[in-house]
Every structure is written in C-alpha cells, then in structure tokens.
Design a protein. Structure first.
Length: 397
C-alpha cells in the first residue's frame, strides 16, 4: 500500500513540477531575457542565438521555486482531504509519504548544481560571445536612441546617426598602461572585427590626442580598432573563479597555494638581503609594496576559489532546503489553496533564506567567515523543517 501511495505522490509531484517549470522558465526566458535583449538592440537573430546559453541560468533560478510550488500543491491537497489522518488511523506513519518528495528534490538539487555550473561557465561565455558578435548592431541601436554608447574601454557620443554614418562623433578610448585616446571628427563608421573581438572605427576629418604625448589632425579617413574583450588564453591561475568550471577548482587551488608560497618566499628572500645589505629603505619600498599586494591578492583569490565551490553546491541545494520547509507547512495548514501555502513559505524564503545566504557569501569571499559558511541558510531551513515535522507528528499523535 505504501509503495502505491509513494508512487502516486511521486507521479503527482513530477507532473506538477514539469508543468510549472515549463511555464516559469518560458516566462523568465521570453519576458525577462528576450525582452531585455531586444531593448539592448540585440535583434531577433541575436536573441535566438542567446536563448540556449541563457537557458541553464533560467532553469537554475526556476527549479527551487517550482519544486516548492509542487510539494505545496500535492501535500496541501492531501492534508485538506484528510489523507494523512486516514493513514494514521490505520497505523501508517506519514513519514514514508514524505520520502518521495525528499528523494526527488535531492536529485533535483544535484541537477541544479550542474545547471549552475553550466550557467556560470558555458552559458556565461557563450552569451558573452553572442553579445560581442552583435556589438555593432547594439552600438548603432543605442546611439540612435541615446546618442551615447559605452562598452569596455570605448565611450562614444554622437550628434546624430544617419544610417551607418555617425555625425560629429566624440570618441574616448581608455588604455591601461597609457593615457586615453580622444578623437573628434566630422563623421565615423563602426564595424565589428571578429579576429580581435573589437570594434573598428573609420573616422573621417578629425583630430586626435593621445594623452599628453601627442596630438594630430587628419583630413582623410583614420582607422583604429578597439579590442572590447580580453582574449588571453584560459589559465586556472588567473581566471575569474565565478566563471570557472567546478572540475578546475582543485587544480586551481593547488596552483594558487603554490603561487602564494613562491611569493612568500620571494618577500622573505628580498627582505633578508636588504637587511644584510643595510638597505632599510628598500624593505618598504615600491617593489616590496608590489610584492605584498600580489601576496594579498593571491590569498584573496584562494578564498574566492574555496567559497565559489561551496556557493554552487549550497545554491543547488536551495531546492531541497525550501521543500523540507514547504512539506510540513503544507501539511499543517490543511488547505487545498496552493497559492496560500506557497506564499506562506516563499515569503520567509525571500526575507530569511536569501539575505542570510547573500551575507554569508560576501563574508566568506572577504575571509571573515570560512567558505563553508554559505551553508548556514540551508542549515537554518533544515532546523526549521525538523522542528515543524516534529510538531506535526506530536499534534497528530
């Protein structure tokens, strides 16, 4: 009998989850992602190319709320129909009826971890490539609307746009190791160069200044390409932890730790030689300050790597944490009104779970808490769920 009940509960949860996930993901993708992309001038073709890369992120956002809605619907209806009371009247504990939801949402949580990993890596880089390859269309669309466009190191202001011609453009290009470039011209055109992943500017009849070093006037067409993306090869020692695959975290951690030891040794060696040579002014000089900053940066990155791994796992298991609280709430409220039960559980989630998670994540990144602190929000909801289930058991005993 229990197996039959469990199978029915599992079927109802999965059916409700599939329908709700489809609707919610559709809303996120086409009302959120597609609308914003169109507003930014990406175009229909660009939006269609962007959808596959945005899908993992949309699913990872939708799964926890959809899982909570599903269990609130199923267990709220069962409690309203007195099915749990009927089970207890024949000596059957309600706990076996809860296990299907726990098993299903545990598997969903594992799947959500993989979705988050895909969204932060494959999805992020893929979306960046789509946006980058469409930057020419985006630039013209934004310039026609706002007369100003900024992307990466490039800032462009125009008086008017006539087709592909930019009328009286003012171009400013920031450079890391040198002064900025400023260009004023009568007209200009933009085109995207995929080889350098940047915008090529064809500027006619204008003048340019390169910081305080040089200034010149050009009566003809001046061509300059501005790279908009850092095309450095991927390296686990320098890559942004937020956009690294989880499979690389272990290797990155070891390499970062070795790099920290090398920097510590270099500081110790240089300090020792300076003391022996009585060069006390160099102990706190510019080079020593640069080495100290590099060491601090390396230690921060190591903390970021550890925190990022815990963050993705804890974010994935948000699904299970919400469901564990939603089940006893739905049973206790004894109402078939799914939205009332869902709102009662989801409101504390917004007010309690996510603020705790965001706070512990920031503190862990800064090193004020251990990386495992990002699990605190999940632990709080687990404690609340155990307390609610215990109260349900005693109230029905």
């Amino acid at each position: 009998m229990l197996t039959t009940i469990q199978l029915r509960i599992a079927r109802d949860i999965l059916l409700m989850f599939a329908v709700s996930l489809f609707v919610l993901t559709l809303m996120v993708m086409f009302i959120g992602v597609a609308r914003e992309a169109m507003n930014q001038g990406l175009g229909i073709a660009g939006v269609l190319r962007l959808i596959p890369y945005a899908l993992p992120n949309a699913l990872s956002i939708a799964v926890p709320g959809t899982a909570l809605f599903s269990v609130c619907c199923v267990y709220g209806r069962m409690s309203a129909d007195n099915e749990f009371t009927a089970m207890q009247s024949v000596g059957i504990s309600p706990m076996p009826a809860i296990w299907p939801a726990i098993v299903i949402t545990t598997l969903m949580s594992l799947g959500t971890v993989k979705l988050i990993d895909a969204a932060f890596t494959w999805g992020f880089h893929g979306a960046q490539h789509v946006v980058m390859s469409s930057v020419e269309n985006i630039a013209y669309s934004v310039l026609q609307r706002d007369r100003s466009f900024q992307h990466g190191p490039l800032t462009l202001t125009v008086r008017d746009v006539d087709g592909k011609n930019l009328i009286e453009p003012v171009i400013n290009i920031r450079r890391e190791n040198d002064g900025p470039i400023s260009i004023n011209a009568r007209r200009a055109e933009l085109s995207y160069d995929d080889k350098v992943r940047g915008l090529t500017l064809r500027v006619t009849e204008g003048s340019a200044t390169m910081g305080d070093k040089a200034a010149f006037h050009f009566p003809d067409t001046f061509v300059h390409t501005v790279p908009l993306d850092d095309c450095k090869p991927y390296d686990v020692l320098t890559a942004n932890p937020s956009h690294m695959p989880m499979s690389d975290f272990a290797t990155a951690g070891v390499k970062q730790l070795n790099a920290i030891h090398v920097r510590e040794s270099a500081i110790a060696v240089h300090t020792g030689f300076n003391l022996m040579a009585s060069r006390y002014d160099e102990i706190g000089g510019r080079e020593a300050h640069t080495r100290s900053e590099s060491l601090v940066s390396g230690r921060k990155r190591l903390k970021r790597l550890d925190t990022e791994l815990h963050r993705r796992w804890a974010s994935g298991f948000t699904c299970l944490a919400l469901v564990l609280v939603g089940i006893p709430f739905a049973i206790r409220m004894r109402t078939a009104d799914t939205m009332t039960t869902f709102g009662t559980v989801f409101l504390p989630t917004l007010l309690v779970y996510y603020p705790i998670f965001a706070l512990t994540l920031d503190m862990a990144k800064e090193g004020r808490m251990p990386p495992s602190a990002v699990w605190i929000a999940n632990a709080v909801f687990l404690a609340i769920s155990l307390l609610l289930m215990r109260r349900n058991a005693y109230s029905r005993a």
